[in-house]
Design a protein around this ligand. Structure first.
Ligand SMILES: [Zn+2]
Ligand SMILES: [Zn+2]
Length: 166
């Protein structure tokens, strides 16, 4: 996650200049990102070795740090928009429910495709997507078994990134 980086970040003028060269300001106020983007449709922007989501870089540089635990919501609903005025830090859940996207439909489902209930303990967020923990564990175990590896206690598996929904 970028949170801590945000707190210590002092954006250099040259990086801001480089950033703005990839921005096309539209009549409706959106700042269209013309640089590289990721599969989710968000712009990407590299500073040194670090790769930022372009809108996060914009917010951190022009507004300030994103409070811990919050994610940036696009008020204009354009993922490629990097206008800091169109971004608002909200909880991940608000963001998921606000967007009229596959993600919001996903968030309103009570069970995964395999019929496991999305309980607090069985739900994890991976890159902003809700995932069924049971299914992930089953998939992991399958891989391990096919490689003839030992299977450790089910819930001892450590996740690199896990946010449990409220
Ligand atoms: Zn916008
Ligand atoms: Zn499942």
């Amino acid at each position: 996650m970028d949170y801590t980086t945000c707190f210590t970040m002092k954006t250099k003028q040259q990086d801001i200049d480089r950033f703005m060269q990839k921005v096309s300001i539209r009549d409706d106020g959106c700042w269209q990102w013309t640089g590289a983007d990721d599969i989710g449709g968000y712009g990407r922007f590299s500073v040194g070795r670090k790769e930022w989501k372009a809108h996060r870089f914009s917010y951190c540089s022009f507004v300030g740090p994103i409070p811990i635990g919050l994610t940036l919501d696009h008020l204009c609903r354009n993922r490629w928009c990097v206008n800091p005025k169109h971004l608002e830090p909200v909880t991940l859940r608000v963001n998921l429910l606000r967007g009229d996207t596959f993600q919001s439909r996903n968030a309103s489902k009570t069970h995964c495709d395999n019929g496991h209930e999305f309980t607090k303990n069985n739900t994890m967020m991976v890159n902003g997507w809700r995932q069924c923990r049971e299914c992930i564990l089953t998939r992991k175990e399958k891989v391990r078994r096919s490689k003839g590896m030992k299977i450790r206690g089910r819930y001892k598996t450590k996740w690199q990134e896990q946010v449990v929904l409220p």
